[in-house]
Design a protein around this ligand. Structure first.
Ligand code: ATP
Ligand code: MG
Length: 297
C-alpha cells in the first residue's frame, strides 16, 4: 500500500496529505505530536496517527539523496579531539554504544553528553547502576557556563532495579519522546541488569529474548530522532595481546550505529576509539577527565 493510500485509509483527507508531502516525510516524523497538530491544525490524535503511519511506511521510502539532504543534527561531545573523529559529535537519531573497563570514564562521558544535549531538548537518563551524580553534572554545567539548576531540571532520571523495571522505564521514555522533544536517551549501563538477573547458561535464551525486546524499543525511540547512548562493560580478558571486547555477544554487536571503546591512558588521560561505524573510519581521540568533565589536553 502506498503512503498516500495508507493515510487515506486512516481517514486523513487530501488537503492534509498534500501538506504532509509539502513538509516532507523526514521532517514530519521528527516532529512531536504537539508540533504536528499545531502545524496542520489537526487534533493530537490525528497527528499521532499520521506519525505512526509515516514511521511504519518510511522504511525503503528514502532514497540515498534524501538521506544526504536531511539536516544532520549532531550533538557535540564538548571535546574537540572527539568531535573531530566523529565529524561533529553524535548524530541525531543514532544509536551509540560506549564500552570499556570500570573507571574508564563511560559515566563521565554520559554526564557530559547529557549536559550538552539539553540544548536540543530534554534528556532521559536511565541509571541502572546507581551511578548518576548530580554533583558531577553541576561541575560540568558550570564549565560550559550553564546554569546547573536549569540543566538538572531538564534531565529526567530513572533508576530501574530489575529487567522488568528497565523495560518499563524505556517504555516511559518512548511515551515522553512521542509527546515532547527528547534529544538524548542514555542507558548507563544496559547489560549489567540482565547479567545479574539471568545467571547461567540455562537462562541465556530468556536473557537474550528480554534484551531483544528492550533493543526493539530503543530502536523505535531512535527512529523518532532521539539519539540513544548506552554503556557496556567488557568481558574478561582472553590474553594480554587481546583488546577489550564488549559484553553481550552478537545481539548487542550489530545493534548500534556507532561503537566506541574507551580506555585509560597515562595519568588522567583517556583514549576513545571508533571501533565500528557505518560511515566513519577507525580512529582514536585522546583527552583528559577533570573536575569540569571531559576536556582536550
Ligand atoms: N571530579 C573529578 N575530577 C577528575 N576526574 C574525575 C572526577 N570524577 C571522576 N573522575 C574520573 O572519572 C573516573 C570514573 O569514571 P566513570 O565513573 O565514568 O567510569 P565508568 O567507566 O563509568 O566505570 P564503571 O564501569 O565502574 O561504571 C575516575 O576514576 C576519575 O578518573
Ligand atoms: Mg559508570
Amino acid at each position: 500500500m502506498s503512503l498516500r493510500h495508507a493515510l487515506k485509509k486512516a481517514g486523513i483527507n487530501d488537503e492534509i496529505i498534500g501538506k504532509i508531502e509539502e513538509l516532507g516525510v523526514e521532517d514530519v516524523v521528527r516532529m512531536t505530536e504537539e508540533e504536528l497538530s499545531k502545524k496542520l491544525s489537526i487534533s493530537r490524535r490525528d497527528a499521532r496517527r499520521i506519525i505512526d503511519i509515516l514511521m511504519e511506511k518510511r522504511v525503503g521510502f528514502r532514497t540515498a539523496l534524501d538521506i544526504m539532504k536531511s539536516p544532520e543534527t549532531r550533538i557535540s561531545t564538548g571535546v574537540r579531539s572527539i568531535d573531530n573523529i566523529l565529524r561533529g559529535g553524535i548524530k541525531a537519531g543514532s544509536i551509540t554504544e560506549v564500552y570499556g573497563r570500570a573507571g574508564a570514564g563511560k559515566s563521565q562521558f554520559c554526564f557530559q553528553m547529557a549536559v550538552i544535549a539539553v540544548d536540543l531538548g530534554k534528556v532521559i537518563y536511565i541509571d541502572t547502576e546507581r551511578g548518576f551524580s548530580p554533583s558531577r553534572l553541576r561541575d560540568i554545567s558550570l564549565r560550559f557556563r550553564k546554569n546547573p539548576d536549569e540543566i538538572l531540571s531538564k534531565i529526567l532520571v530513572f533508576s530501574p532495579g530489575s529487567v522488568n523495571d528497565l523495560r518499563a522505564s524505556i517504555r516511559s521514555a518512548r511515551d515522553f519522546a512521542r509527546k515532547e522533544r527528547i534529544s538524548l536517551l542514555i542507558v548507563d549501563s544496559l547489560l549489567s541488569i540482565f547479567r545479574s538477573e539471568y545467571v547461567g547458561l540455562e537462562m541465556l535464551a530468556e536473557r537474550q529474548k528480554q534484551l531483544s525486546l528492550v533493543l526493539k524499543i530503543l530502536r523505535e525511540i531512535s527512529s523518532m530522532g532521539t539519539s540513544v547512548l548506552f554503556t557496556n562493560h567488557v568481558i574478561g580478558k582472553i590474553s594480554e595481546s587481546f583488546e577489550d571486547l564488549a559484553a553481550g555477544g552478537y545481539i548487542i554487536g550489530h545493534f548500534p550505529d556507532l561503537v566506541l571503546w574507551l580506555r585509560k591512558g597515562v595519568g588522567s588521560t583517556r583514549i576513545l576509539r571508533i571501533v565500528d561505524s557505518s560511515e566513519l573510519p577507525e580512529a582514536e581521540a585522546v583527552f583528559t577527565i577533570t573536575k569540569g568533565g571531559l576536556e582536550d589536553i
